[in-house]
Ligand binder design. Structure first.
Ligand code: PMP
Length: 307
C-alpha cells in the first residue's frame, strides 16, 4: 500500500483527493516543492538534499500567492520523515510537497489550505548523456504578469505548452526567451552556458524560477574557482557557447548537446559540464563535507532492516 501525508496525517494514496469546487482546482491556487531523496544503503540513511531551502521557498510561494499559511517547517519535517518511513523508501526518491487552497469561494479565496506530501521512488531522468534542445516560440511568463520566481502550479502551463511543442518538433527539451528576447530557462530546469571556462546563467530578474540547484551550481563553481556570471544571455550567444547544461532538482545536471541543432562542444559532453555534474552528485549524496549538513537525514533503524 502507498501512503501520502495530508494535513499531518498519513492516509492511503487513493483517499488524498481535492474537491472539484476547491480554489486549487478552479484557479490553480496551489504552490509546491519538489525535493530529491538520495539513499545511502551503507548507512541506512535517506538524504533529503537542501530540504531547508525548499521549505523556505515553499513558504515564500504561499506568501506571494497570499495563501492563509504560516511558516510551519518543523511540522512539515516530521510529516515528511513519518511518510518516508511509512512508505519504506530505502531508495532514491522524490517528494512533492503542496499547499493548496481547498476553500470553495471565488477568485479571491485565500483559505483554508491543505498541505499534502507525496513521496515515491525516483531514478535519474533520461538524458544524463546529453539532450538536444530548441529555443521555444512560447515566451516565458513575466514577473509583470505573475510571480515567475515561485512554484505556483498555474505557472506550469507556460512550460507545459513549450515542452509539448518541443517534443512534437523532435527535441528533448526547450529554452524559453523572456519578454526582452533573452534566455530565461527550460520548462522545469535552469540554463547554464559555459564560455571560455566561465559559467553564465540568466539572472533572477530574467523571469527564472529562484532555483535551488542553480544556487548550488554557482556555489560549486566557486569551490572550483570557476567564474560565474549572472546576466542576460542572447540566443546567438547561446549558439556560440562552448558547452551548456540544464539543472534542477529533478533534472539534476543534464548536458545540452545542441541548441536548435547547432552543436555545442562538437555534440559531446564538455569537460566543465562533466566536472559540475560530478561535484553536484558529491554534494547531493553527502560526499562533499561542505554539504554534509545541507540535508535532512532520515534514518532507518536496524529493526527496520530490508528483508
Ligand atoms: N525552473 C522551473 C520552472 C522548475 O520547475 C524547476 C524545478 N523545480 C527549476 C527551474 C529548477 O529549480 P530547482 O533547482 O529549485 O529544482
Amino acid at each position: 500500500m502507498q501512503w501520502v501525508s495530508l494535513d499531518g496525517k498519513i492516509v492511503p494514496y487513493e483517499s488524498a483527493t481535492v474537491h472539484i469546487a476547491a480554489a486549487a482546482l478552479k484557479y490553480a491556487a496551489s504552490v509546491f516543492e519538489g525535493v530529491r531523496g538520495y539513499w545511502n544503503g551503507d548507512s541506512g540513511v535517506l538524504r533529503l538534499f537542501v530540504l531547508d531551502e525548499h521549505l523556505r521557498r515553499l513558504s515564500d510561494s504561499a506568501a506571494l500567492m497570499r495563501m492563509d499559511y504560516g511558516h510551519r517547517p518543523d511540522c512539515l519535517v516530521s510529516s515528511i520523515e513519518e511518510l518516508i518511513l511509512e512508505n519504506d523508501l530505502r531508495q532514491d526518491c522524490y517528494l512533492r510537497i503542496a499547499i493548496s487552497i481547498i476553500g470553495r469561494g471565488g477568485i479571491e479565496t485565500c483559505g483554508p489550505v491543505s498541505v499534502s506530501i507525496d513521496a515515491f521512488p525516483f531514478e535519474r531522468k533520461p538524458g544524463a548523456s546529453g539532450i538536444h534542445v530548441s529555443v521555444s516560440s512560447w515566451q516565458r511568463i513575466t514577473d509583470a504578469s505573475m510571480p515567475s520566481r515561485l512554484k505556483c502550479i498555474a505557472n506550469y502551463h507556460n512550460g507545459r505548452l513549450a515542452k509539448l511543442q518541443a517534443k512534437l518538433d523532435g527535441y528533448d527539451d526547450t529554452l524559453l526567451l523572456n519578454r526582452n528576447g533573452t534566455l530565461s530557462e527550460a520548462p522545469t530546469s535552469c540554463f547554464f552556458l559555459v564560455k571560455s571556462g566561465r559559467l553564465v546563467t540568466p539572472s533572477l530578474s530574467d523571469d527564472v524560477l529562484a532555483s535551488i540547484t542553480r544556487q548550488v551550481v554557482c556555489e560549486l563553481a566557486g569551490e572550483m574557482n570557476l567564474a560565474v556570471e549572472e546576466r542576460e544571455i542572447t540566443r546567438s550567444e547561446a549558439y556560440l557557447g562552448d558547452e551548456a547544461f540544464l539543472c534542477g532538482t529533478g533534472a539534476e545536471i543534464l548536458p545540452v548537446l545542441s541548441i536548435d541543432r547547432m552543436p555545442l562542444n562538437g555534440g559531446g559532453v564538455g569537460p566543465v559540464t562533466h566536472r559540475i555534474s560530478s561535484a553536484y552528485f558529491d554534494a547531493a549524496r553527502g560526499r562533499n563535507p561542505a554539504y554534509g549538513a545541507r540535508a535532512c537525514c532520515v534514518r532507518f533503524s536496524c529493526a527496520e532492516e530490508a528483508p
